[in-house]
Design a protein around this ligand. Structure first.
Ligand code: PLP
Length: 441
């Protein structure tokens, strides 16, 4: 059959345009990454064509002998990536992405309308951690499960574990989520475990953002303390867009008579993924997982993750030098949160102004923000630019461009008042930052 450029030149040219945008700009979206050629080759392979509902050896369709081998390889490597013993941990590699993986965990472990507690989205949690506003249940995780958020301390920006412990005693959740989308300090999994044990809750770690750093052994691992762990594969892990769920096997606890109580998560998680929530697995993505988890074991990957953190810490320090307020005063991982409170510039305007000069980042709430709709900060992450080979010295220039963009925004606020249209006009006549970014390529 015809190549895309012949079959659909209009779409092909749009894809080329996006490729150029990715190459010419500075991608500082903390959740993104540029995956490897071998992952892209898996994604566009013939594996895409095969239906294979069920698990290896137990399919609902014929012709799956090769697919079974591929899925078993992905499972084996997914366990090896975090040095997990297959007697103690099982894994499901079929979730289409992070959100379905998390909903599968709740479906499998928490009964409908059972209780969950996660870090509030404005405080750095994810939508799927039970997010709701005072007037609206926004996520399926709050529509179909009862959610009570826990928060960060607005002064320090750090998770308030004492508040979580006392709320958990009142709310009695079935499961507590330890996971972040915008939080730059290590999670205290041991404390989470203690709180879960005090109320008989499962500990669920969603390490989507940081799993690459965990695999490289440079930030604490959740596995020692958790009952179930999910991760997306496409963020710091640098694999395909998909996700995996790890579940504990073996002895969970002992009862009053001293008898072993076993985990029963394997069946519950597997059945939640299929048939409860999904149909046929995306075998091209599963092959991508297999090859991404092979890369995780390489020396280059560990080096990459160290550089990701070094770049983020360098960027935070340089921004602080220039007078920026970085939440928690820095970072221990791949992301940082710039707090613009009191500057006159909102997170949305900062995002727009930086987009105008080919810097992609995202507006974000900062601790203490009154409204999630009008956030006062923006989030920066280093996984993509580190994949592109940038090191600390390059980030000096990146910080320079960010600073110029933001200063321009502040100037416009002074001159014209806080109207977005005015920023855009000034930026359209301001080409210098964009040109410098071109020079970085
Ligand atoms: N969990 C966390 C902590 C995330 O940050 C995200 C996405 O950013 C997800 C889950 C959802 O992943 P996906 O976008 O693949 O559904």
């Amino acid at each position: 059959s015809a190549n895309l450029w012949d079959a659909d030149p209009e779409l092909f040219s749009l894809i080329q345009k996006e490729k150029k945008r990715q190459e010419a700009g500075l991608e500082l979206i903390a959740s993104g990454n540029f995956t490897s050629l071998s992952v892209l080759q898996c994604l566009s392979s013939c594996l895409h064509n095969k239906y294979s509902e069920g698990l290896p050896g137990e399919r609902y369709y014929g012709g799956n002998e090769v697919i079974d081998d591929i899925e078993r390889l992905a499972q084996k490597r997914a366990l090896e990536a975090f040095n997990l013993n297959p007697e103690e941990w099982g894994v499901n590699v079929q979730p289409y992405s992070g959100s379905p993986a998390n909903i599968a965990v709740y479906t499998g472990i928490v009964e409908a309308h059972g209780r969950i507690m996660g870090l509030d989205l404005p405080d750095g949690g994810h939508l799927t951690h039970g997010f709701q506003t005072p007037t609206k249940k926004v996520s399926a995780s709050s529509m179909f499960f009862e959610s009570m958020p826990y928060k960060v301390d607005p002064e320090t920006g750090l998770i308030d574990y004492d508040q979580l412990a006392s709320s958990a005693k009142l709310f009695r959740p079935k499961l507590i989520i330890a996971g972040i989308s915008c939080y730059s300090r290590p999670l205290d999994y041991e404390r989470f475990r203690e709180i879960c044990d005090s109320v008989g809750a499962y500990l669920f770690a969603d390490m989507a953002h940081t799993s690459g750093l965990v695999a490289a052994g440079i930030i604490p691992s959740p596995f020692e303390y958790s009952d179930v762990v999910t991760t997306t594969c496409h963020k710091s892990l640098r694999g395909p867009r998909s996700a995996v769920i790890y579940f504990k096997k073996g002895v969970r606890s002992t009862n009053a008579k001293g008898e072993a109580v076993l985990y029963d998560l394997e069946k519950r998680i597997n059945n939640a993924v299929f048939p409860a929530l999904q149909g046929g697995p995306h075998n091209n993505g599963i092959a991508g997982i297999a090859t991404a988890f092979k890369q995780v074991k390489s020396v280059e990957f560990v080096q990459y993750q160290k550089q990701v953190v070094a770049n983020a810490q360098h960027m935070a320090a340089k921004l602080i030098d220039r007078g920026y307020n970085i939440t928690t005063g820095g970072t221990d991982n791949h992301l940082l949160l710039v707090n613009l409170q009191g500057t006159g510039l909102s997170g949305s305007k900062a995002e727009k102004i930086l987009e105008r000069v080919s810097i992609s980042c995202n507006k974000n709430t900062v601790p203490g923000d009154k409204s999630a709709l009008n956030p006062s900060g923006f989030r920066l992450g280093t996984p993509v630019l580190t994949t592109r080979g940038l090191v600390e010295a390059d980030f000096d220039k990146v910080v320079d461009y960010i600073d110029k963009g933001i200063k321009l925004g502040l100037e416009v606020v002074k001159i014209s008042g806080p109207k977005l249209v005015d920023y855009i006009r000034v930026l359209d006549s301001e080409q210098t930052i964009g040109k410098k970014i071109e020079a970085l390529k």
